[in-house]
Design a binder for this molecule. Sequence first.
Ligand code: G6P
Length: 368
Amino acid sequence: EQIEKGGYPHFMLKEIMEQPEALENCLRGRLDLQHNTVKLGGLIDVMDRIWAADRIIICACGTSWHAGLVGEYLIEEFARIPVEVEYASEFRYRNPVLRPNDVVIAISQSGETADTLAAVREAKRQGVLTLGICNVVGSTIARETDAGVYLHVGPEIGVASTKAFTAQVAVLTMLALKLAEGRTLSEAEMAQALRALAEIPDKVRQVLTLDEEIRRIAHVYRYASNFLYLGRGYNFPVALEGALKLKEISYIHAEGYPAAEMKHGPIALIDRFMPVVFIAMKDRTYDKVVSNIEEVVARQGSVIAITDEGNGELDKLCEYVIRIPPAPDFLTPLLTVIPLQLLAYHIAVMRGCNVDQPRNLAKSVTVE
Ligand code: G6P
């Protein structure tokens, strides 16, 4: 086992740290920068049907569901196809309305999650096209869906999903761009988007150099009993994912919210014992997020912000500012999630938790 961990104390840390290579493997052969096109071999036979989709319904659980939410933003922005993201467990029992030109995408690292598999079977029963985004080759969901895309990131052992999340988001990014190809994006826009995506593994590498800084921040907050995570747009799902990572492995109560919803509830919880993690990248909602930060600070909340390198504006307001390389807004989830994974990891280790096998959780939930 020590050898499998590659010198790291936990699988989770190994899997966080290997994300640059994992993403390279996921993107390999799929971004054609010469012809400005995306190649998703597993979808070739069904591409016409996906292009013709009236609606895409993404079904997943846990972290994969969070990746699906990022996918909703990506596909709607780039392909202009309406997307719904469903908890697979709800979808399967809801008697969902599906129409012939709907497409159901199941996202599952393991490809074995019982609820996600049941959602696929329900979609097939209703006769719609089903696609799988899985990591485990030959898994049940990969076999039962009509077509799909593998993550190609190698086995994920840590119960809390890390590299699978970034790869799921990368696959959904490629899918959104593929759907936009020759339709909603010009060739120049496509070229720019593909180049920016190709640069992501190196940027992830840069974010990972912040590990020691994040460990120090974790040390300060290790005894907190609650955490709030706030983000907007593409980074709203990342806020949910950051909160999920923390609660899964450190057992600290944490909630993720879209930042603007703060005033409809979570703001009531803020006092000097409430750490609030803000994802405040310099995108179209940045100014609004800064006013949310001000509201938290005015109530003595302690703010940790993630923002772009070179942005010094938040230093006065926030307790800690984590600076990461800038990227086009649709790619920032692939970067902003990394400090949140590391923060959860270090806090859990400091609290003496079993990070690779947290209590009550299973890597793959194959029963209801
Ligand atoms: C379990 C795991 C999570 C995972 C979820 C969905 O709850 O602990 O890490 O996100 O299942 O798993 P899947 O294999 O379908 O992505």
